[in-house]
Design a protein around this ligand. Structure first.
Ligand SMILES: NC(=O)C1=CN([C@@H]2O[C@H](COP(=O)(O)OP(=O)(O)OC[C@H]3O[C@@H](n4cnc5c(N)ncnc54)[C@H](OP(=O)(O)O)[C@@H]3O)[C@@H](O)[C@H]2O)C=CC1
Ligand SMILES: O=C(O)C1=N[C@H](C(=O)O)C[C@H](O)C1
Length: 265
């Protein structure tokens, strides 16, 4: 399948380009940069450091190249995501979006896009994180209000959003398992904030150095606690997952897909 990568100089965009370039079932046809970057016009392989030239350019004109692709992979920014989404719908192209930090209204736009194009949104494309989500569902469904739930996530100092998209998704999964529509967000340890209330889910975000990604969910019971943790050592697991999501969309009918479909979870 023919692939366009948005933001090929970014941390994720670069790795996704490298993984896609190494796959026999994918052919990169362009990389998309923000308007006017000095690397526009350069070879995608050079920009994304794939080890050799790919013979396709980085451009800042998605509309001009979009018809040459089957699928777009977008891990860039939440602002760019909406522009990419509109163009994907207008040109009937499959889209994988893994960016985070969206409002409920923006998430609804992704969901609605599934009526017109094959659309896959995944806040986390690691296989192990998505298996961890099943474990969270099991513990919460089993114990309900018997336990206190706290999510601690750690990322690098450059991450723009907090809490992470993954921890918001984990909170939603567990709130749903508790029979609640929305999780209550509780933050502790700051002056003037009240102590923990029963039935809430606490979110804690830590940003330091170049930590790739860590998520721990603490289930606090009486006299015991369970901690379930995922650590990534780098961002490769997310890039591989992103390409698996794109390959999954090949030939699919319009629909709003999730990584659970890709992994059969
Ligand atoms: N779903 C998942 O599993 C994962 C999701 N993420 C999410 O992916 C997103 C990107 O993360 P990360 O790679 O760390 O971020 P970076 O800041 O490293 O990269 C973002 C890239 O987007 C590019 N960009 C910005 N605006 C535009 C635009 N208008 N058009 C085209 N490209 C644009 C930037 O270009 P330039 O370099 O020129 O400034 C940059 O290369 C975040 O939302 C993050 O949370 C991250 C890891 C895993
Ligand atoms: O920005 C990152 O790095 C990551 N972002 C995603 C998120 O917000 O959950 C996924 C992963 O944690 C890495």
């Amino acid at each position: 399948m023919k692939v366009i990568v948005i933001g090929p100089r970014g941390k994720m965009g670069k790795l996704i380009t490298q993984v896609a370039a190494s796959r026999d079932d994918m052919k990169l046809v362009a990389g998309i940069a923000p308007k006017g970057r000095d690397y526009v016009g350069m070879d995608l392989g050079t920009v994304a450091m794939t080890g050799s030239e790919l013979g396709v350019p980085v451009t800042d004109d998605l509309a001009g190249v979009i018809d040459s692709c089957d699928v777009i992979i977008d891990f860039s920014t939440k602002e760019m995501a909406m522009e990419v989404l509109d163009l994907a719908i207008a040109h009937k192209k499959a889209l994988v979006c893994g960016s985070t930090g969206f409002s409920a209204e923006e998430m609804k736009r992704f969901e609605d896009a599934g009526k017109q194009i094959p659309m896959l949104y995944a806040a986390n494309t690691s296989k192990l994180v998505n298996i961890m989500n099943k474990l969270l569902e099991l513990v919460t469904t089993t114990l309900k209000d018997e336990i206190d739930i706290e999510i601690l996530e750690m990322h690098d100092q450059w991450k723009k959003d907090a809490p992470s998209g993954t921890s918001k998704e984990m909170g939603e999964i567990m709130a749903h398992a508790l029979g609640k529509e929305l999780s209550n967000i509780a933050v502790y340890g700051r002056e003037g904030e009240s102590p923990r209330e029963p039935g809430t889910i606490g979110y804690h975000s830590l940003r330091a150095g170049n930590i790739p990604s860590s998520h721990t969910v603490f289930f606090g019971g009486m006299g015991e606690r369970l901690e379930i943790t995922h650590h990534s050592y780098n961002w490769e697991c997310f890039a591989r997952g992103a390409c698996d999501c794109a390959a999954y969309l090949d030939g699919k009918a319009p629909g709003f897909y999730s990584i659970k479909d890709v992994l059969g979870l």
